[in-house]
Design a protein around this ligand. Structure first.
Ligand code: SF4
Length: 375
């Protein structure tokens, strides 16, 4: 039986954050209801045509899944349960944003089987949150976190960001300290990426320089490790046993199916996505033109699959297992990519031992230079 992850895209947000280029829109109740009708149909259709798969993880992301009525989330989970075989240890994550969460919603999530919550917090400084267009304050985040604990959610991730406008090293230190005090199970720490045509471009002069941003990363990493969070990927830290299975599977090139407008999938060596437009997505399903709603991005051959396998697994701290590579691709990884590995070892970006290939401390800082070799 083939193991699979499921990703559900909820493309609705109360307001767009200034740095965001994910597919999401600020739509009304009526459009949301229409969207969820189609989403349920998509899950049912794919479920019927998919055999011999076991779902290991479900990830409900967005957008802001907590922005919509929790009845929709419950319906979606039930639809998956009715149409797929689920693993006994199923991990179900939902992303939520402070300012859109109520106790009732959290209770509904828990009762539906959601066992992991990922809260978009980003910074403990209200001035910075405002600057980047977040809809919430630090106080609202605290309320969200405490409600989640009260209803019994015991696997919580908090998203933090570095490299934000007007953010100082002291700000990062303060945020990480405050987050550690809350004792979450998992902390993600992402660097701001300035995407083209997003409003954050106007604040480019207020962003910390590259060296300061690297210092922010080092400070946060050190503080988190000291507090008992193990780094298991470039941007992810967890208490032992609380790593995100969904993310780990993605970095190990495991297959997943994405449902909803703009959702990406990876099956049978093919990367594809649904059309990133709510109206078009609904229309294609209503008019039974499902093939028009799918865009194929890449049908991988063996070499591009192997390169991607290396690139993804090097994101993890454990790195790329030589044995696993051999079992999947049937040849020795070091011989297959001799030039690339020689070059990267020489400049100190990767480390090769008997079992695996992984990024060095320097490689963690300059991971982009490593990716370049395998893209
Ligand atoms: S809440 Fe998330 S998805 Fe929505 S606009 Fe902000 S960053 Fe983008």
């Amino acid at each position: 039986m083939k193991e699979l992850g499921i990703y559900i895209h909820i493309p609705f947000c109360k307001q767009k954050c200034y740095y965001c280029d994910f597919y999401s829109a600020c739509e009304n109740e009526e459009k949301q209801a229409e969207y969820f009708d189609v989403l349920k149909k998509e899950i049912e259709d794919v479920g019927k045509s998919t055999e011999n798969v076991l779902v290991k993880t479900i990830y409900i992301g967005g957008g802001t899944p907590s922005f919509v009525d929790s009845k929709y989330i419950v319906e979606i989970i039930n639809k998956i349960k009715d149409n797929f075989l689920l693993d006994k240890e199923l991990e179900i994550t939902i992303e939520v944003n402070p300012g859109t969460v109520t106790k009732q919603k959290l209770q509904d999530y828990l009762e539906a089987g959601i066992n992991r919550l990922s809260i978009g917090m980003q910074s403990s400084k209200n001035e910075i949150l405002k600057k980047i267009g977040r809809i919430h304050t630090w106080e609202e985040f605290l309320e969200c976190f405490s409600l989640a604990r009260k209803v019994g959610l015991n696997n919580i991730n908090i998203d933090c960001m570095i490299g934000l406008p007007k953010q100082s090293l002291a700000d990062v230190e303060e945020t990480i300290n405050k987050v550690i005090e809350l004792k979450p199970e998992h902390i993600s720490m992402y660097s701001l990426i300035v995407e083209e045509n997003t409003p954050i471009e106007k604040l480019i002069d207020e962003l910390p320089d590259e060296e300061t941003e690297r210092k922010m990363y080092h400070i946060a990493k050190k503080m988190l490790e000291k507090a008992g969070f193990l780094q298991y990927e470039i941007s992810n830290f967890a208490k032992k046993g609380f790593e995100s299975n969904h993310n780990l599977d993605c970095w190990h090139q495991k297959e997943y199916i994405g449902f909803g407008a703009g959702a990406h999938s990876y099956t049978d060596g093919c990367r594809y996505s649904n059309i990133a437009n709510i109206d078009e997505y609904i229309k294609c399903y209503r008019e039974n033109r499902i093939e028009d709603s799918i865009e194929i991005h890449e049908k991988q051959d063996k070499t591009s699959m192997a390169k991607e396998f290396i690139l993804l697994s090097l994101r993890t701290i454990k790195g790329c297992s030589k044995k696993e590579f051999y079992n999947i691709f049937g040849y020795d990884i070091e011989k297959g990519f001799l030039n690339e590995f020689e070059k990267l070892t020489k400049v100190g970006l990767i480390h090769i031992d008997n079992d695996s290939i992984s990024l060095t401390e320097k490689g963690l800082d300059l991971a982009n230079l490593v990716w370049e070799e395998f893209v």
